[in-house]
Design a protein around this ligand. Structure first.
Ligand SMILES: Cc1cc2nc3c(=O)[nH]c(=O)nc-3n(C[C@H](O)[C@H](O)[C@H](O)COP(=O)(O)OP(=O)(O)OC[C@H]3O[C@@H](n4cnc5c(N)ncnc54)[C@H](O)[C@@H]3O)c2cc1C
Length: 476
C-alpha cells in the first residue's frame, strides 16, 4: 500500500483547491448524526462532476478508502470514514431543474430534499419523499439510503421516484442507469441496485426524479386513544375501510410528552398522557371529501377524542412538532438506540404488547413513533452512557427488539439503512446465501474495496464506541 501522503500529493495536484487537509475540515467530515467519529486524511468537495471520477481513480491506484458524504444526517454511522482515507463531500453539486411540462426534476446529488420540494411546488408539482431531516439531507443521501418519511404509506419512498441516475462506479468509471423516461427495460436494472446501497456500490452525482401533481386539497385530523394497543388496532381498522391517508403518524404517549416539552407546543390540547394518530388526507376536493366521511366515521367508533386541525397553519405546526420528535427524546437519556423497524400491519397489536413488556423488563424509556400506513415505527431505546446497568439493559433490549421484529416478519430497517448501527442484526434478517449474494455484488463492482469499507457487513457494536460531543443543526 502506498503511503497516504503520496496519494494526498497526487490528489492535490489533480484537484487543487477542492482538497482540504486542515484539521477542522477533516474533523467536520469525521462524524455524521450517529456522532461516531473517525478522522479522514483529506476531504474533497468537488466543484464539478468529473472531479468525483478523478478521486475514485486515484483512490483505486493508491488503495485509499473513500466515503461519500451528503449532509451527514444519517443516524446509522453510514457516512463516517471508518477506515480513514478520503471523504467526498457532494454538497457543492446542488443544481436543480424542473421540467414543468413532463413533471420531472433533474437534481445534482447535493441538492437538499427541501430545495427539490420547493422547486417542484413552485411549478405545481410534488416530490413526496420527505424525511424529517428534509431541510438538511441531500437527494444523493436519500437515494443511497432509500429514504422515506411521513408520506410513505400513500406515495412510497425515494425508490418510487427515481427514474435515472448518473454517477461513478467505485473504480471511477462514469455510468448512467436509466433515462428521463418513465419506462426503461433495457438491461439489468442497476439503478435500483444503487438505490439503498449506502455508498458501497457507486457514487450518485445526478438524478432524474418523477414528480406528481401537487394535491390541491389537504385535510388534517388529530385522534387520541386510550392506549397504544387500541391505537394500533384502530389504525388497521382505518386501512380496512380502504382509506389511504397521505400521512398517518402515530406518537405513543411518551413521544407526545417529549415533543411537547421540547417545543413548548401541545400536540392535542386536552389529551395529555394519551397516544395519538395524526392523519392527513390529500388529493382533489372530491377525493378528500369522500375519504373524510370515512375517516370521521372511523374516528367516532375508535378514538377516545378527535378534532380537525383549525387551519393549514395549525396543521403545518403539528407536522413541525412531529418532526422534532426524534431529537426531543434526549431528555430521557444522553444515549439512544434509534431503530427504524418495519412491522407487518397484521402484527401491530402483538408488537405494541411486546413494547410494553420490553419497557417493563428493561426498565428503560422506549418512546416510539412512526408511520402507520407503512408499518415503519421508530423505536427509541433511551439510556445514560455513564450508567453500566442501563448500557447493558439497552444492548439486551435492542437484541430482543430485532429478534422480535424478524420473527414477526418485519424488517430491521424501514428507511435508515444498515450503516454501522444495524450491522449486528444484518444476519438476523438475511441468511448466509443472501449475505454472500450481496457481497458478490460488492466485490464485482468494487474489486479493491474502496467505497465505504467496513460498513453493512462487518459487525460493529455502536453502543461500545464513544460519541463526540457536538451539537448539530438538526439536534433539538
Ligand atoms: C432529525 C432527523 C430526522 C430524520 N428523519 C428521517 C426520515 O423521516 N426518513 C428517513 O428515511 N431518514 C431520516 N433521517 C435519516 C437521514 O436524514 C436520511 O438517511 C438521509 O437520506 C441522509 O441524507 P444525507 O444527505 O445526510 O446523507 P449522509 O448522511 O451524508 O450519507 C448517508 C449515506 O449515503 C451515502 N451517500 C450520500 N450521498 C451519496 C451519493 N451522492 N452517492 C452515493 N452515496 C451517497 C453515504 O456514503 C452514507 O452511506 C433523519 C435524520 C435526522 C438527523
Amino acid at each position: 500500500m502506498a503511503s497516504p501522503s503520496r496519494a494526498n500529493l497526487q490528489l492535490k495536484r489533480q484537484l487543487g483547491a477542492a482538497v482540504r487537509t486542515g484539521r477542522r475540515a477533516r474533523w467536520e467530515a469525521s462524524f455524521d448524526s450517529s456522532k461516531l467519529s473517525f478522522l479522514p486524511d483529506a476531504v474533497i468537495k468537488p466543484r464539478q462532476v468529473a472531479d468525483v471520477g478523478k478521486v475514485l481513480a486515484l483512490a483505486n491506484r493508491f488503495r485509499v478508502p473513500v466515503t461519500v458524504r451528503g449532509r451527514g444526517t444519517t443516524l446509522t454511522g453510514a457516512a463516517v470514514p471508518l477506515r480513514g482515507g478520503w471523504v467526498v463531500d457532494l454538497t457543492g453539486l446542488r443544481r436543480i431543474r424542473i421540467d414543468a411540462e413532463t413533471g420531472m426534476a433533474f437534481a445534482q446529488a447535493g441538492a437538499t430534499n427541501a430545495a427539490i420540494h420547493a422547486a417542484a411546488e413552485a411549478k405545481g408539482w410534488f416530490y413526496p419523499p420527505d424525511p424529517s431531516s428534509n431541510e438538511y439531507c441531500t437527494i444523493g443521501g436519500n437515494i443511497a439510503c432509500n429514504a422515506g418519511g411521513m408520506h410513505g404509506g400513500k406515495y412510497g419512498v425515494t425508490r418510487d421516484y427515481v427514474l435515472a441516475l448518473k454517477g461513478f462506479l467505485p473504480t471511477g468509471e462514469w455510468v448512467q442507469w436509466g433515462t428521463a423516461t418513465k419506462k426503461f427495460s433495457a438491461g439489468f436494472n442497476l439503478r435500483d441496485l444503487w438505490i439503498g446501497s449506502e455508498g458501497l456500490l457507486g457514487v450518485v452525482t445526478d438524478a432524474v426524479l418523477k414528480l406528481i401533481p401537487l394535491p390541491p386539497v389537504r385535510w388534517t385530523l388529530l385522534t387520541a386513544f386510550a392506549d397504544e394497543v387500541t391505537a394500533l388496532r384502530a389504525a388497521r381498522a382505518l386501512f380496512a375501510r380502504r382509506v389511504q391517508p397521505a400521512i398517518c403518524e402515530f406518537l405513543d404517549r411518551y413521544s407526545v410528552q417529549c415533543a411537547e416539552r421540547a417545543t413548548g407546543k401541545q400536540v392535542f390540547a386536552g389529551q395529555a398522557g394519551r397516544p395519538v394518530i395524526l392523519i392527513e388526507l390529500a388529493g382533489s376536493a372530491h377525493e378528500v371529501g369522500d375519504q373524510k366521511r370515512e375517516v370521521l366515521a372511523w374516528a367516532r367508533s375508535h378514538a377516545a377524542a378527535f378534532r380537525e386541525a383549525r387551519s393549514r397553519a395549525a396543521a403545518e405546526q403539528l407536522w413541525a412538532v412531529r418532526r422534532k420528535c426524534s431529537g426531543a427524546m434526549f431528555e430521557l437519556g444522553d444515549a439512544k438506540l434509534n431503530e427504524d423497524i418495519a412491522i407487518p400491519m397484521r402484527q401491530y397489536e402483538r408488537f405494541a404488547r411486546f413494547l410494553e413488556r420490553l419497557r417493563r423488563e428493561s426498565r428503560l424509556p422506549i418512546p416510539t413513533f412512526g408511520h402507520l400506513a407503512d408499518g415503519n415505527l421508530h423505536v427509541n431505546i433511551m439510556y445514560h452512557r455513564e450508567n453500566p446497568a442501563e448500557c447493558r439493559a439497552a444492548e439486551c433490549a435492542v437484541q430482543r427488539l430485532m429478534e422480535t421484529v424478524v420473527s414477526l416478519g418485519g424488517a430491521i430497517s424501514g428507511e435508515h439503512g444498515i450503516g454501522l448501527a444495524k450491522t449486528p442484526f444484518l444476519r438476523l434478517q438475511h441468511n448466509p446465501a443472501q449475505v454472500r449474494a450481496m457481497l458478490a455484488v460488492k466485490h464485482a463492482l468494487d474489486p479493491k474495496g474502496i467505497l465505504n469499507p467496513g460498513k453493512m457487513f462487518e459487525v460493529f457494536q455502536v453502543w461500545k464506541h464513544p460519541r463526540v460531543d457536538v451539537h448539530l443543526p438538526w439536534d433539538h
